[in-house]
Design a binder for this molecule. Structure first.
Ligand SMILES: [Zn+2]
Length: 240
């Protein structure tokens, strides 16, 4: 159930029965010229809406943390980035707040790649407080499943654009959907003009291949895989 919709008495009662808290997080940043700045927030929230429908009695969904770490796209209008130290502290303190109210398992439901180093540090901080924390970055954890629906993955590419179309097609300007098939080197790197050279339109992959049907199919898969992953984590199954 949604923690923010409960009153304090209700939260106290539910927290005695439900020990897994899921925190949605993302980023406000350019997603091509065709997708909204809120893309990385909308997708995890939609996945969680579907997941909550299945796991209402098993999870508490916290209010989201909608700003993240995205200096690489900060040259695109509307992108807002939060410093790494601040984010580590914010993620840790929000999660620790729920641990203080009885949570044993924290799941960070992440929509943005740049958040992962800060989330990793936050997981370590939560472990040091005696609780368990994990990150689900849906496009990484469930990459194989996504590739059964889409031909490739990318930033504001075929998969992400399809996921936004399935939420609300009026938020996507398919006339501006573009492609950038060059693969940025996957290693930490940055420089003053790096974003414009590596991903000139804030797109990787081919957004023109996106459609709403693919998005609907992806949400069904992402719901099932997320449910399965959270249940395994809460049951203490950390290996395969
Ligand atoms: Zn994104």
């Amino acid at each position: 159930m949604y923690a923010g919709k409960l009153n304090t008495d209700e939260y106290g009662k539910e927290a005695e029965k439900i020990s897994t808290v899921v925190i949605p997080l993302g980023s406000v940043e350019a997603h091509g010229r065709h997708c909204p700045l809120d893309t990385d927030n909308m997708i995890p929230e939609r996945i969680l809406r579907d997941v909550e429908g299945v796991m209402r009695q098993e999870i508490l969904v916290a209010p989201p943390i909608n700003y993240g770490y995205t200096p690489g796209l900060s040259t695109f209008p509307g992108t807002v980035t939060i410093g790494m130290e601040t984010l580590i502290s914010l993620y840790t303190q929000v999660a620790a707040g729920y641990v203080g109210w009885g949570a044993r398992h924290i799941v960070f439901m992440n929509g943005h790649g740049g958040n992962i180093p800060a989330l990793s540090a936050a997981c370590d901080n939560i472990a040091a407080r005696g609780a368990y924390a994990m990150v689900i970055s849906y496009w990484l954890n469930f990459s194989q499943d996504i590739l059964t629906v889409c031909s490739a993955q990318g930033h504001a590419g075929e998969d992400e654009t399809s996921l936004v179309l399935a939420i609300d097609p009026s938020l996507v300007d398919m006339g501006k959907a573009s492609s950038w098939e060059k693969k940025p080197l996957i290693t930490p790197m940055n420089g003053p003009d790096m974003a414009s050279r590596r991903i000139p339109e804030a797109v990787t992959g081919d957004a023109r291949k996106a459609d709403r049907k693919k998005g609907d199919a992806l949400y069904r898969i992402l719901r099932d895989r997320t449910v399965e992953t959270i249940r395994a984590f809460a049951a203490g199954e950390y290996v395969r």
